[in-house]
Design a protein around this ligand. Sequence first.
Ligand SMILES: [Zn+2]
Length: 319
Amino acid sequence: MIVAGFDIGGTKSEVAFISLEEDSFKVLARDRIATERQRPYEELIIRLKDLFFQTMEIAGLQLNDIESIGIGMPGTIDPQSGIMLNGNSSVFVDRNISSDLKNTIGFSGSLYCENDANCFAYAEARFGAGKSFAKPFEQQTSVGIILGTGCGGGIIINGNVLQGHHGGAGEIGHSELYSAGHACYCGSKGCAEQYLSGPSLEAHFANRIYSQIDKRPSAQEIFELYDKKDPIAIAVVNSYFQDLAKFLGNLTNILAPDYFVLGGGVSLQPAIYSFFEKNTSPNLFIKGYPLHIFKHILGDSAGVIGAAVLGYERRSKCY
Ligand SMILES: [Zn+2]
């Protein structure tokens, strides 16, 4: 069958058309645009519709070929209403993008919306990193973490996405890492996202160098400086690793997942995996617990694949 997925992020938005079989999938066509979340919501919906139809044409498909549509969103989606309750792209908060896209596209089939990190975690567990783990997918517990514009999380238990009350499970980026730490947009202080996202790493580095350079380096450039043994980059990146280790330790004490799978721009840095080959978390209750930390396998399309597949799996629960 043919299913479609959107992955709507704070920076970019992607659509994909996928041929789905029981244990495999094939991407027929996919494309992406800058989200431009500063623009009005109604304009964003039109741009997403245009992206959908242009990519569908490239795939050689008609609208009635599509069985279902799944949408990954950068925030908590209420499973009952489909409304996005919170997220770092405020333009989508309190909106029901499922019904708005369904009407704008003119789609008569089912359309399902899910948190983007849940989509990522599900796709990686079922088709990506989870395939290399010894247990079958249906018996795995895993946590997918996106270290990107924010710090999103998705929890998979026995092959199912843990949604929790009001879809709020897996918002691990808003668990407290530091008491009275940096203020977060969510209203709390010291949230993990304020220490583990790409922008937070960049801000930490910028604070250390003040006005010594004109342009603030990106997270990628900070890791390049780290590889060149720049002393400030070493201090900032080591601090980042300590925070990540503490964070993964907290999650392990709660869930003891079989493995973590990392996505997002920061996850591309090999230094993260080298660090965890030699170190573990300092706050593990069961000392010496091996943390299995995998890099994503499906590339930056894991989110859109997860959205498309979950859209089909949950087709009876659509709004
Ligand atoms: Zn927060």
